[in-house]
Design a protein around this ligand. Structure first.
Ligand code: S3P
Length: 448
């Protein structure tokens, strides 16, 4: 689906204490993978807790276009009847992945070693994002991609008729690129090897194993070496999707900042490759307890109990932590602006190629709200003073996490903060507004 037609301006105001239970939606990364691996399996995959955000709905539609049967049975309850590894049919229409970099990059990988052609497009944000990082390694399998200048969408991919396995070292820390290569490796003979010098989220490796593939992971001096044995028979599974730590970050950070708050966020994934924000918040002095740690659906999860934390201080986040919190820097920069002292975020250049240039979007919006910022290509520095004037309308650039971050800022700044378009929030956290309002936050659409 392409971008929503009409912008949805929204405003958040200083809010009373946040109280209650925040049941955030299912993990976006795992939801995409459940649908794609279900489509590449033989038999039925049943999914509970699927995120029904637009990004994932677009991936569901794409899997149907490649021949899988994808059915919704109730809230978050879906089944996928797959076509097996190498069984994708050629889609008869253009595949529109909307706003989703994860969707388009993983699906390109999943089809790249099957002899079919598919044309991919997306919204104005996705069509600006780099695809060469995926089409380059997929070319090593024998796939061909023809896109716009710079390898951008719309792009047609012609899958390799006689794929060869690949050994590929990631040039940037990207779980999407790693996953595209591993999914392509499924239909290549022999062993496909991906080497990641810096660890990125490992849901693809975990889930591939769960669906029956042989995946070996070795920690070596050159990084994590992931070896996939090609042409396995994947079989349908039950997938219980844990709640998304990247979505949980918004109520968690709001509760840390709004005086008198105490909330619980149950069943959140604590996968160590996704945990960097929580490590950082604890270093800043946040009061977060991780209760009832357990395993659900192959992922470690816990219930988060979060209390207002008045004495947060600035910290430095090291370069080697960036991948484990890559989607959380926008909301961390809001927390940093309300903390006392300087927060230095290092190794963040990948933020420049997300749904928006997130360093630029946060820096401009925070400056407009009266926060002192410094930035270079790979670093964002926020000078926190313990309070933020607010009073600005911030541009979200079709980026859900920018929109939600500035709305959280508005809940604690001296004067309200608005965003020009909250529509993209529906891509990952469609219940953000009712969930935050239910906790006691003052957030609303401007024209309602
Ligand atoms: C994702 C990987 C990350 C992340 C994105 C989801 C995934 O992107 O930012 O929201 O599910 O694999 P990169 O691979 O571009 O770092």
């Amino acid at each position: 689906m392409s971008a929503h037609a009409t912008p949805i301006p929204m405003t958040a105001r200083r809010s009373g204490p946040l109280k209650g239970v925040a049941e955030v939606p299912g993990d976006k990364s795992i939801s995409h993978r459940a649908l794609i691996l279900g489509a590449l399996s033989v038999g039925e995959t049943s999914v509970t807790g699927l995120l029904e955000g637009q990004d994932v709905l677009d991936t569901a539609a794409a899997m149907r276009a490649f021949g899988a049967t994808v059915t919704r049975h109730g809230e978050g309850e879906w089944t996928v009847n797959g076509v097996g590894v190498g069984g994708f049919a050629e889609p008869s229409q253009v595949i529109d992945c909307g706003n989703s970099g994860t969707g388009v990059r993983l699906i390109m990988g999943a089809m790249a070693t099957t002899p079919i052609a598919a044309t991919f497009t997306g919204d104005a944000s996705l069509n600006k994002r780099p695809m060469g990082r995926v089409t380059d390694p997929l070319a090593l399998f024998g796939a061909k991609a023809v896109g716009r200048a710079g390898g951008k969408l719309p792009l047609t991919m012609i899958g390799a008729a006689e794929p060869v396995p690949v050994r590929y070292t990631l040039p940037m820390p990207s779980a999407q690129v790693k996953s595209a290569v591993l999914l392509a490796g499924l239909n290549a003979p022999g062993e496909t090897v991906v080497i990641e010098p810096e660890a990125t989220r490992d849901h693809t490796e975990r889930m591939l194993r769960g669906f029956g593939a042989e995946v070996d992971v070795q920690e070596t001096p050159e990084g994590r070496v992931i070896t996939l044995k090609g042409q396995p028979e994947l079989t349908g599974q039950r997938v219980a999707v844990p709640r998304d730590p990247s979505s949980a970050a918004f109520p968690v950070c709001a509760a840390l900042l709004v005086p008198g708050s105490e909330i619980t966020v149950p069943g959140v994934s604590r996968n160590p490759t996704r945990d960097g924000l929580y490590v950082t918040l604890l270093e800043m002095g946040a009061d977060i307890a991780f209760e009832n740690p357990r395993e659900e659906g192959g992922e470690p999860v816990a219930d988060l109990r979060v209390r207002y934390s008045p004495d947060l201080k600035g910290v430095e986040t090291p370069e080697d932590r960036a991948a484990s919190m890559i989607d959380e820097f926008p909301i961390l920069s809001v927390v940093a602006s309300m903390a006392k002292g300087t927060t230095v975020m290092r190794g963040v250049k990948e933020l420049r190629v997300k749904e928006s240039d997130r360093i630029d979007a946060m820096a401009r919006g925070l400056e407009a709200c009266g926060v002192k910022i410094e930035e270079d290509e790979d670093t964002l520095i926020v000078h926190g003073t313990g309070s933020v004037p607010g009073g600005a309308t911030c541009a979200t650039h079709l980026d859900h996490r920018i929109a939600m971050s500035f709305l959280v800022l508005g809940m604690v700044s001296e004067t309200p903060v608005s965003v020009d378009d909250g529509g993209p929030i529906a891509t990952s956290f469609p219940i953000f507004e009712p969930l935050m309002s239910g906790l006691g936050a003052s957030v609303s659409r401007d024209n309602s």
